[in-house]
Design a protein around this ligand. Sequence first.
Ligand code: ZN
Length: 315
Amino acid sequence: MFRNKDLNQLLGGCLTDFKTYARGTYRGFQIIFDLRAVNNAQIFFVTINASAPGLEALSALASFLESQKAGSKHFHGFSCYEHFIELELTSPAMPKKIPAIFNGIIDPVVQYITMQSFTPGCQNCGDSTMPLDCYQINNAHQMLCENCSREVEARLEDNKAAVKSQKSSLIPGLVGALLGALIGAAVWIGIYKLGYIAGIAGAITVICAMKGYEMFGRALDVKGVIISVLISVVMIYFANNISWAWDVYDELKPYGYSFTDTYRGLHDIIVKAEALPYFYRDLGIGYFLTLICSVGTIINALRNSSGSYKMKKAK
Ligand SMILES: [Zn+2]
């Protein structure tokens, strides 16, 4: 996760890097770094297992963090909970600046919570007398006592059962996915008009199709995710066709051809112009970029739709 050189300078070198995450004890608090993609941006989620001495202290902490956040563009966001704090940090363009920037954000926070008598403990119950273990829960890590680890796992299991019992309505869902994918296709054609093939338009198609399915079909289950992806694949094919037909139409318009004529005769025209390889190249690049931009979203949707989770004791 971090370069060795940077690791030594980060938080006094207290962190151990486990590749997918890093953690260590800093001034008595457990600090965990998780790296996750949010809207295609890589965000460092920094968890500190600090329990607030009271609700007032918690809201005072929130205003303190708000003012700290205003002071650094790499301080992206934060959440305060009763028994832990989560900071969201963005990496500077130059990785070697990570230690200075991250220390500059985290140090004052730890100093503040120490002064305000926050205590380190279990992230679920705040207990500081029981031994804590680090657990991986989906793509995040938490410090929990043994009782809470069982409680959290039971909660995840309940949630899984609840999600699994949720069934979507196929036909309304299908309509919703189609409408959503149409929005994505329009974006695709618009961006193509500007001279680009954009994977982001493909990803928008997939996301809108899933949102549409969820809105109309009442739930996004596994079936809904698969249907949304299939509809997106078809829709991108048509979006690419329309983009090409539009280009050709612009050329043929002076000769009295209509857009419908052009679209119907598109394949013949492309073959005659010996442009078929370019047509498939555009389509291939489009699908490839779409895949890159949306694979994370699809995997997440599948996980959420089945309620499945991953929880295990981490190092
Ligand atoms: Zn606990």
